[in-house]
Design a binder for this molecule. Sequence first.
Ligand code: PGA
Length: 269
Amino acid sequence: MRTPIMAGNWKMNCDNDEAWELAVAIANEKGDVEGCEVVLCPPATALTTVLAAIEDTNISLGAQNIFWEESGAYTGELSGPMLLSCGCQHVIIGHSERRGRFGSADEDFTPELQQVFGDTDASVNRKLQAALSHGLVPIVCVGELLSERQEGQTDEVVSGQVTAALAGVEADDAESIILAYEPVWAIGTGEVCDAEEANRVCGLIRRTLAGCVGEGTAEQIRILYGGSVKSANVVSLMAQPEIDGGLVGGASLQAESFCELIAAAAASK
Ligand code: PGA
């Protein structure tokens, strides 16, 4: 059986005081949670603050990005050893907000800004390999744009991203990997993907994984859904056999709503 996971992606939110307050509130409520792994992914500036708040709990810490070199002249980047030294066990890789794959509704994100982040399938693969080599659990995000869905390209785009991310990864190393299916049009929009459709795409991801690392390993890998997960839809999402948890943005920024999601995930399987 795959243990469910609820991961909170705080994105570029929370200064250190706010991060402390939020993490303490979640830890007080769900620090001893069982039946669900909980991961908090604050901005890099708050990693050690959150680590202190979740000490001696069942909650673990994740970063939002990693660079594959260990050290050197890479201004602004963070390496695997640095993340480990902050207490991270997980790292999000290839989030659509870093792949430069924002939906066209995001008018603030001009093509120039998209290029600033600019993760590609190739960089996602390098980051995934770097995370594994340092013993960090990668949470690899994949998902189609609204235009790609409308043009019937969802399956091709998603399976292509999975195959590219996993290139060169040995089956023995792949078991710890977590995938997150995040349709870009559902992120931060309040428009959740229909639970059965999300389950279908997660099933496609698992079959694609089986082609990369074998069926046995693919059965072990947890696949999360992300994109406007909230209390109102978490139960139907978690009831789906291929969905093993959630990667949550907005609803992870309030302790009460995130704790509801954790409770639903823990009760789901
Ligand atoms: P959301 O974000 O829950 O705010 O839609 C999810 C994500 O981007 O991981």
